[in-house]
Design a protein around this ligand. Structure first.
Ligand code: PMP
Length: 428
């Protein structure tokens, strides 16, 4: 029996998180990771542009992060009472770096951060409704488990990603198209007094990359302020990957609350929720307000050590310069390649993130625009890439990432391999 078969006997679906099991790759067992690479159980080497869905901003097993984590592991275990000096240092650093953060709490995952963002928004406003956008993902919990990658016929209707969610919870989440300021104004005109929170990925990377228009983000900020609604930027992907101040610093719009995760700790399990002090103070970490917040592993010493080491490197080394430059090289090179091959393609992304949609331009602004993407070709090219030792997640609309560990040679190989993979797919 193979390892993957053993896995399927005892682990539902054979993997420990949705979307780790990929059609055609059900035998994939990861044996080792290092820098920009991973190896499977047969010793096959892949240059990794999946980056574990984004955290590995420095590359896998970064030696400085690994050393800091190991050191914490031998000197400081989780005590589960009080606070540690490292937690204080991390909170000081996060609040200094991210514009909206006056105070911050740590979680173990991004989902917990978005869960608590919505809970405290409801606690603060006494309102029920939440607005999210088609194509944005905010984790697995009920209030946001809908309308991420929807089938065309489900767009415009409630499209839960799971069964088992109470109908009133789904009813309390309104779904709007991204980048549509008119839709935002309409929903506030109709329901403004009942909307506790608006939550969005400022750049919806869970469908590749939709770049937000300035008007859209400004409209959200204005309408939320007018209605007393809590604006939540979910920067679990964009935070620290796109810059030390998150996308909010780049776009110049400050939300009331921000959720963070992934790249803060280069792969260690972390999330964070921060924002306006008056909202954050509602959490009842005694003495405090009416909202409850807890987690056995929050602020785990090894995770906090990983975060401090990651942030130090992001501050002190030209990480963003490097990953932005390689990201741009990947996008420019891929766009030139598709022009040369005369294949309709939109190569887009931001900073270190890149994605190729197989459709005619211009760059998509809404999820509806993405319905034009040729999903079979999108997945086909990525599957063919694995034959050349390149791993971009072979699932529709998924983004790819470069890390500090990727090199110019890696990008050269990506472009060469993509040329071959596309020719293979075109010939099929
Ligand atoms: N928000 C966004 C934008 C995400 O991309 C994710 C994870 N892909 C989450 C929240 C949930 O984070 P986690 O998987 O750590 O719970």
């Amino acid at each position: 029996m193979t390892l993957a078969e053993r896995a399927r006997r005892v682990i539902p679906g054979g993997v420990n998180s949705g979307q780790r099991s990929i059609p055609g790759f059900t035998d994939l067992v990861i044996a080792r990771t290092r820098g920009s690479r991973f190896w499977d159980q047969h010793g096959r080497e892949f240059t990794d542009y999946h980056a574990a869905f984004g955290p590995a901003v420095l590359g896998h097993n970064d030696p400085d992060v690994a050393a800091a984590t190991a050191e914490a592991g031998t000197t400081l275990a989780l005590a589960g009472v009080g606070v540690t000096e490292a937690e204080v240092a991390l909170a000081e650093e996060l609040t200094a770096l991210v514009p909206s953060l006056e105070k911050v709490l740590l979680t173990s995952t991004g989902s917990e951060a978005t869960f608590h963002a919505l809970r405290v928004a409801r606690a603060a406003t006494g309102r029920d409704l939440v607005v999210k956008f088609q194509g944005c993902y905010h984790g697995w919990h009920d209030a946001v488990s809908l309308n991420v990658i929807s089938a065309p016929e489900r767009v415009g209707t409630k499209d839960p990603t799971s069964t088992g969610i109470l109908a009133p919870v789904l009813d309390a989440t309104l779904v709007l198209p991204f980048n549509d300021p008119e839709a935002v104004r309409r929903v506030f005109a109709e329901h403004g007094r009942d909307i506790a929170a608006v939550i969005l990925e400022p750049v919806p990377h869970n469908v590749g990359a939709l770049l937000p228009t300035d008007t859209f983000l400004r409209t959200l900020r204005e309408e939320c302020t007018k209605a007393g609604t809590v604006l939540v930027f979910d920067e679990v992907i964009t935070g620290f990957r796109h810059g030390l101040g998150g996308y909010q610093e780049i776009c110049g719009i400050t939300p009331d609350l921000t959720t963070l995760g992934k790249a803060i700790a280069n792969g260690a399990p972390i999330g964070a929720l921060g924002g306006r002090a008056d909202l954050m103070d509602l959490f009842s970490t005694r003495p405090g307000g009416p909202a409850f917040f807890a987690g056995t592993y929050n602020g785990h010493p090894q995770v906090v050590a990983a975060a401090l080491a990651t942030l130090r490197k992001l501050r002190e080394e030209p990480v963003h310069e490097h990953i932005y430059r390689l990201g741009a090289r990947a996008r420019d090179g891929l766009a030139a390649l598709y022009r040369e091959l005369d294949v309709p393609a939109v190569v887009t992304g931001f900073g270190s993130v890149f994605v190729t949609y197989f459709m005619d331009g211009p760059a998509p602004l809404t999820y509806d625009d993405l319905l034009a993407n040729d999903a079979a070709r999108f997945i086909g090219v990525r599957r063919a890439l694995t034959d050349h030792g390149i791993f971009e997640l072979p699932l529709n609309l998924k983004r790819s990432h470069v890390s500090y560990a990727h090199t110019d040679d890696d990008i050269d190989r990506l472009l060469e391999a993509t040329a071959k993979a596309v020719r293979t797919v075109l010939a099929e």
